[in-house]
Each structure stands twice: as structure tokens, then as C-alpha cells.
Ligand binder design. Structure first.
Ligand code: NCD
Ligand code: ZN
Length: 344
């Protein structure tokens, strides 16, 4: 039995850090284990220009605990008004690594997202030319489409047509939750990749709804049936370079989660690596953990792998059930099983 596991230091290819007091409270958990992360731009107001991304980056670096090294890889929030020239400037700055597409209304703080996909043609053409990845929240928002079908419908109605119209566009299907997304990503060329969260490898929709409603398991895209969770596990543990970790760790205070209309998001940053080691071990794939957390992402983003390593050791980690913030407690994702891998 393997009792220690040394892997390249991981990166998180989809992370919400928020701003202000929340940023300060949640950043240490990520910086403790991860070297870099793709930082989501869905602040209020959103991060839409290169200049806003640069100043958000400065606020993140300023919030780092003393001595911590962590590199925020910034993104721009795509709106129908985004200027292709600004995207080029952002790309050339070296600070901005991707543009994020939210269909308007799909998730937390997505009101400024895209409604008319024809309006973003020029930006997409520009991105295809310079090889800048488009990170996609892949859900339609039509009220007549069942929430459990919104990812699969998005692939057919929006994503595939966009990719066909924009040859060379490099796309990350973010936080995929369905067997449909796994099979679409697997069937395409290497201009397409997909991130998978930690929690979607653990929970299915029963965890949210059976035996009482569990707001801390509610996130978007919402967890689907068990067969989809199993397809995600197969993809994540396959070693296929197109699949890599994007935790989508998305902190909300308990006060904002436990409401009649509560916020979507699971806060997984503190225990993600312990949970992943557990999942990969269950799948008999501990040897594939490093590809998923540390190798496949840099390859897609055309960045070097991290020079450092981390070691996981078979022993129970000490992870708080909640972290305190000035705005109130934030509950850490509960995988529902005891953890027995810790990052040393
Ligand atoms: C995210 C958030 O809270 O910002 N929520 C979530 O459920 N994942 C937004 C997102 O990535 O959809
Ligand atoms: Zn997210």
C-alpha cells in the first residue's frame, strides 16, 4: 500500500477568491497547496478590462500571508461590449491568461454575461488568432430547459456551433458535470479541454436532495445523476491530458447559503487535495493524480509545470469544518467520508 505520494506542485484551473475580507480569509487555503490558479472574474462589478484584472491581481498578491508564494493567473469577464483590442493588450501583458464566458444569468454574478453570442464574434476571432483560451460556463439559461439538461443542451446549441465557426479557438469547458460533456471533450481535438471539480467527483444529485435539502452541496452546474459522476471519475483518473483540476472553490458565507434562495457554490479549497487523493485511490489511480492536478493544466495553458513538489502522506488531515471571515463563517465542503490523506 502506498503511504506517501510526491507530486509536482498542483495548480487550480478555476478558482473564486472574491475580494476584500473574504479574499483575505480564503486565500491562505489555496496558497498553502497550490502554486497558481486561474482566478474567476465574477466580482461585483465584474473584472472586464485588462486594467481591472491588473489591479485585482495586485489586491490578491497584497492579501497573501507573509512568505507565501502564489501566482494568480487572471481572466477577463467577457461581455457583449468587450473590445478585442483590450483582450489583445491583456494577453500581451502576460498577466491575463484566459477570457471567461458566462451566459447571462447562468450563475453567481453573471448578469453582465453574454446573451447574444453573435456580439462576441470579433473577440473570439481575436482569441483564436493569439491562442488565448476561452473558459466557458457551459449551461444554457432558457427557462424551458430543465436545469439538469442545461449543460448537454449548451454543448449542442452554443458550444459546438461557436467552435465550428471559430477554427483554432482554444476552449476550456469548465466544471463539467455530465457524461455528455466528457464524451464531447473526448471526441474533439486538443483545442478543447475540460476542468472537473473535486466535489463533482464526490456528490451526485441525491446528496443535495435526498433526506433533506443540503444547501452546502448546491453549486452550479448542479450535480447530476450517479452515472454522470462515474463518467467524471473515469475522465479525471484516465490520465487523458484534456481533463484537469479546476476546483471551482466558491466561498459564500453560511448566512448567504442558508437562505430561502441561497447562493450556489462549494468551498473546497482547504481539503481538495485530501479528497482527491481519496477519490483517486478508490479508483486505483493514485498514479494519475499528478497528471490531473499538476501536469495536464499547464500543458493546455502553455505554461511550464511548477518546479516544486508536494508530498501527500497517509494520515488524517486537520481541516476545520468552517473558516471564520469578517462577514461570518464559511463552511468547508464535507465529502461525507473521513479523510486519510494529508499534504505534509
Ligand atoms: C460560482 C460562484 O459562487 O461564484 N458558483 C458556483 O456554484 N460554482 C460561480 C460559478 O462558477 O458558476
Ligand atoms: Zn466557478
Amino acid at each position: 500500500m502506498t503511504d506517501t505520494l510526491k507530486i509536482r506542485q498542483p495548480d487550480d484551473w478555476h478558482l473564486h477568491l472574491r475580494d476584500g475580507a473574504m479574499l483575505k480569509a480564503v486565500l491562505p487555503a489555496t496558497a498553502a497547496h497550490f502554486a497558481r490558479a486561474i482566478i474567476m472574474p465574477n466580482l461585483v462589478p465584474p473584472v472586464v478590462t485588462a486594467q481591472q484584472a491588473a489591479s485585482y491581481r495586485d489586491r490578491i498578491v497584497a492579501a497573501l500571508p507573509d512568505g507565501a508564494t502564489f501566482e494568480p493567473l487572471m481572466t477577463l469577464y467577457l461581455t457583449e461590449e468587450t473590445d478585442p483590442k483590450d483582450v489583445l493588450v491583456a494577453h500581451q501583458s502576460g498577466l491575463v491568461h484566459a477570457v471567461k464566458l458566462y451566459p447571462a444569468g447562468a450563475t453567481t454574478n453573471s448578469a453582465s454575461g453574454v446573451q447574444n453570442f453573435d456580439k462576441i464574434r470579433a473577440v473570439l476571432e481575436q482569441m483564436a488568432q493569439i491562442g488565448m483560451p476561452l473558459c466557458v460556463h457551459g449551461e444554457v439559461t432558457d427557462h424551458d430547459v430543465d436545469i439538469f439538461d442545461r449543460e448537454a443542451v449548451f454543448i449542442d446549441r452554443i458550444l459546438d456551433p461557436i467552435r465550428k465557426k471559430t477554427p483554432g479557438l482554444r476552449v476550456v469547458m469548465e466544471h463539467i458535470t455530465t457524461a455528455d460533456a466528457v464524451s464531447y471533450a473526448s471526441s474533439q481535438d486538443d483545442s478543447l479541454a475540460a476542468t472537473i471539480t473535486t466535489h463533482h467527483l464526490v456528490i451526485n444529485r441525491n446528496h443535495i436532495l435526498a433526506g433533506g435539502i443540503k444547501p452546502h452541496y448546491y453549486c452550479l452546474p448542479v450535480a447530476k445523476r450517479e452515472e454522470h459522476r462515474l463518467a467524471l471519475r473515469r475522465a479525471a483518473t484516465s490520465g487523458d491530458a484534456r481533463f484537469f483540476l479546476g476546483t471551482d472553490s466558491a466561498p459564500h458565507t453560511d448566512a448567504n447559503k442558508l437562505l430561502p434562495c441561497g447562493c450556489a457554490g462549494c468551498f473546497t479549497a482547504p481539503n481538495t487535495l485530501s479528497v482527491l487523493a481519496h477519490v483517486f485511490e478508490e479508483e486505483g489511480a493514485l498514479d494519475k493524480l499528478e497528471s490531473f492536478t499538476s501536469l495536464n493544466g499547464p500543458a493546455f495553458y502553455r505554461l511550464p509545470v511548477n518546479p516544486g513538489h508536494i508530498t501527500l502522506e497517509r494520515s488524517p488531515p486537520v481541516i476545520p469544518a468552517q473558516i471564520e471571515t469578517e462577514d461570518g463563517p464559511v463552511t468547508v465542503f464535507d465529502p461525507g467520508f473521513p479523510l486519510h490523506w494529508k499534504v505534509t
